[in-house]
Write a protein that binds this ligand. Sequence first.
Ligand code: EPZ
Length: 419
Amino acid sequence: MDCLKAISVKDASELNGSIVIQGSKNNVLPIMAATLLCNGITRIYNCPMIEDVRVMCELLNCLHVETKYENHVLTVDTGCSCYEPLPYELTSKLRASVLLLGPMLARWQKAEIGMPGGCAIGLRPIDIHLEGFMKMNVDVKLYRNVLTCSTYYLQGTEYTLRFPSVGATENLIMAAVGAKGRTILRGVAKEPEIVELCKYLMHMGVLMEGVGSDVLIIKGTKELSSCDYCNVYDRIVAGTYLLMAAALPSKIKLIGIENICYIKNIMNVAALLGVNMVHIDNYLSVESFGNVQGGIFKTGLYPEFPTDLQPVLMTVLAGAAKDSTLVETVFEKRFQIVTELIKLGADIDVKGRNAQIRGGCHLQGHTVKATDLRQGAALVVAGLMSSGYTTITDVSYIERGYEDIVRDLQGVGAEISYI
Ligand code: EPZ
């Protein structure tokens, strides 16, 4: 990753054209981890070429898993995989490295892996993951950023998550696949990524009930067979561009959206911001006059409005005609976008998890800094809304989850380039 790379973007008077929406990052990462659950070859179609996928491949390679990426197809061969410890310098590069714990315990009854990294949007503990593993008879030790987990055998259990953590749900499901007997997980997350992981595991032969609900029953299954997986489009990338369209006069097509069930929550907010949407075949036709009035919004757990789009929504509201309120209910420290929007001329006051956004501000181009993946993408949208030129530095954060945001926005007529 080139940490010195920056993006220059000019204010846009309108957006016209189309964007092909990439495959989902948060969907493909747990699926990549799940391939470890059995020997065989898995082809993952519509796999985005992003930094997090590249690092996840490196981690799988540490476990002697062969990975090959070509034309958005990732081929994973676990036939020769064997146990190794995973180094902190790799696991600390992304949050999803923690998702290798469950499959490693299921397969080898042990795991020695560095603590995960990921966006600096709060403390991001993994206590729920570890508490669930301990209920499954796993001994857990943490010393100098290295987690050492081991068990004679994983024991099926009943466990209630104190918070519906997406990652903990994914990890515990995958561990339960290798456990003796039945595991009942209550209070699980219900994000689309959980449903997709469960569907993939059932295709591998896992017996499971309650998919899509907040209680999952998983039967430990020895006989599994690898199977191919077609990744869904990235609902957060699609939502980024959908909300962007609210901020400017737009007539754009978001291509690759085969069904809208996973973005209904985002579409509802976009409609409140004045965006008209029609779903036709595999694209979403999006039009707006670009005159956002403002309103009161909050993030929540699926199917509420996703926290990952909070920075983009904050950005759009920073250019609204009237005052707005935005409440972040999932992460305790996810307002990094505010300082950078204020540099552009926004008027935002933060108290705890509440942001009061003054209406009627005209944003002016400036140099701003990306500090995490979604905040960085929001700054690119802010640049389109700010008069003159805006430079966004540290864009390597954005490349963790967006294949090529410059290419995407050039597709709708934006004057934007890497510098
Ligand atoms: C996943 O992170 C996503 N990442 C995040 O997307 C997303 O924001 C988040 O889910 C919420 O939807 C991936 O899927 C790779 P959580 P995850 O565990 O699993 C607390 C992006 O931009 N918590 O649901 O880490 C935690 O601190 C990224 O693509 C505990 O307290 O999220 C947070 O406040 C950013 N203990 C809340 O739960 C735990 O053991 C939600 O976290 C686990 C989590």
